[in-house]
Design a protein around this ligand. Sequence first.
Ligand SMILES: N[C@@H](CCC(=O)N[C@@H](CSC=O)C(=O)NCC(=O)O)C(=O)O
Length: 279
Amino acid sequence: MTIENLSSNKSFDGWHKQYSHHSDTLGCAMRFAIYLPPQASASQRVPVLYWLSGLTCTDENFMQKAGAQRVAAQLGMAIVAPDTSPRGDAVADDDGYDLGQGAGFYVNATREPWKRHYRMYDYVLDELPTLVESNFPVSDRRAIAGHSMGGHGSLVLALRNPDRYTSVSAFSPIANPSNCPWGRKALTAYLGGDAARWADYDASLLMCRAQDGVPALVDQGDADEFVAEQLKPETLEAAAAASGYPLQLHRRDGYDHSYFFVASFIEQHLRFHARHLGL
Ligand SMILES: N[C@@H](CCC(=O)N[C@@H](CSC=O)C(=O)NCC(=O)O)C(=O)O
């Protein structure tokens, strides 16, 4: 697999780099960013945190706004941030910011006009780690985290694949997409109108029936403008209580939905993952 380096910036003695590559899964060119801490070398592979961003984002929002590099460098943890959807003139799109390009929802679409390219679930689960692990000094010890739509994606990927990740965390996740306007719009378009087909992409439904799973950490601001209508953290708490799932969910006084919130608590998330990654 050929990857093309687009940028390189030294950061806390490590490197932030952006790459482009052709994705067979998505059928288009894709961009991702990687932060390689100073410990990563030909003789030392480091574990990786995969970060999934939210609606309207690219690989850049987290890498430029969250301020994660200082602690990742201390811990010896790589971070990989993919784009949030397939992109390009040949890729279906929608006028709304919450569907189409920039809004892939980390699902494998089954409906026209989306199903040809919108396969972000498979891309994040399989193609991206294979590519990253064969091109960079990183190991197959993986954790996953994300924000909002990406929080939904990270929880779904970890809940369905506990053998692939050591731990999962989310900021302000869309916790019950079957039951909120953002989720219903996207899942109807990508998977069709039968809500029974959405259950495999709904973190609250998955957590409710989880027999075991990797440790989960969620932070939710109580001044988040989307919390009541779109995010519904109470459904995730109820699901964890019902199944006994190892979820820690913190409500944070006065914080909104922005990356100012993510930046305020990202160190705690990185240290949580570091413990489970064995760092
Ligand atoms: N009103 C905004 C809506 C988009 C938005 O708030 N995006 C969030 C994620 S929301 C859920 O996935 C985000 O992360 N934005 C990027 C950022 O850098 O803050 C709009 O119309 O754009």
